[in-house]
Design a protein around this ligand. Structure first.
Ligand code: C2E
Ligand code: MG
Ligand code: MG
Ligand code: MG
Length: 277
């Protein structure tokens, strides 16, 4: 009797595992399909000048319109993309769509501000990345200066020749490089000094409790001071209210991004915003 029960339990367990493995396999294939057939989409979030008056650039953020699960945010499917080895391909899709949207804006007589795209370590470490970007620029008649690339500290932690070479080449092509979520990873000052980054984006977690949290004030101030010393500019991410804004402005933060100004929006809304701004 006990044996039978144990077997039933084991069976139940196996079914559970295989059900979730199946679901994962299905999701993975749906993601491959979405990347290949434009099942993904982009939303654009404006980045404002330090005085918050002018829209100076924007960040392209990926979404997945899943047929049964609805509009999925990066947190809901990027982990799968990373684990399944699909993230570099996804990043390339985003780059291409951004170029296409820059061209679309031009066709409507508008000029898209520089578009920042997020790049994973896999994409950056791909030795043919610069060739791929070069082809996109040519195909869509986009200048390198219309694109910016954001990378988190951990994506650039490997001190390899490929990385050095790629980053240099990208800068030569006119692209600007930013470090994203600054303060959450580990990168040394020396590393920053030796790589051609021109912007730091302070992670939202440091901005959230400004100016009440004394630690966050101290950390943000030290990042701003360090950036000044290195001659790079700073973007504060996740600015949601006037208190944060006033404090950041007082400290001379160069750029502001957050729901206080605009939420990420589809390209048509973004182009409308450009028309009215
Ligand atoms: P991120 O690059 O740091 O992008 C900023 C995130 O903060 C976005 O979330 C944006 O919607 C959110 N955000 C902006 N302002 C505010 C605010 O005031 N309050 C709050 N609560 N949130 C704000 P999202 O779109 O969910 O993206 C999350 C992360 O997913 C991104 O963080 C980025 O690391 C990653 N990601 C997005 N698109 C791509 C992509 O195409 N490729 C790669 N590799 N990663 C991507
Ligand atoms: Mg980013
Ligand atoms: Mg960030
Ligand atoms: Mg982030």
């Amino acid at each position: 009797h006990a044996k039978g029960c144990g077997r039933r339990q084991a069976q139940y367990f196996n079914q559970g595992v295989s059900a979730s493995a199946k679901a994962r396999f299905l999701m993975e294939n749906q993601l491959i399909e979405a990347i290949a057939n434009d099942g993904l989409s982009l939303v654009y979030q404006p980045i404002m000048s330090g005085d918050a008056r002018t829209l100076v650039s924007c960040e392209a953020l990926v979404r997945w319109q899943h047929h049964s699960q609805g509009f999925l945010s990066p947190a809901e499917f990027l982990p799968l993309a990373y684990e399944a080895g699909l993230i570099a391909e996804l990043d390339l899709w985003v780059l291409e769509r951004a170029c296409r949207d820059i061209k679309l804006a031009r066709a409507r007589g508008l000029s898209m501000p520089p578009v920042a795209v997020n790049l994973s370590a896999d994409a950056i470490m791909d030795p043919s990345l610069t060739d791929k970007i070069w082809s996109l620029l040519e195909q869509y008649q986009v200048h390198g200066s219309q694109l910016e690339l954001e990378m988190i500290e951990d994506a650039i932690k490997d001190d390899s020749d490929v990385l050095q070479h790629t980053l240099k080449q990208l800068v030569r092509m006119g692209l600007k490089l930013s470090i994203d979520d600054f303060g959450t990873g580990y990168s040394s000052l020396l590393r920053l000094k030796n790589l051609p980054f021109t912007k730091l984006k302070i992670d939202r977690s440091f901005i959230q409790d400004l100016p009440k949290d004394a630690d966050d004030c101290a950390l943000t101030l030290s990042i701003l001071g360090m950036a000044k010393g290195l001659g790079v500019s700073v973007v504060a991410e996740g600015v949601e209210n006037g208190d944060q804004e006033a404090w950041l402005q007082q400290q001379g933060c160069n750029y502001l991004q957050g729901f206080k100004y605009h939420k990420p929006m589809p390209i048509d809304d973004f182009l409308d915003l450009l028309t009215t701004a």
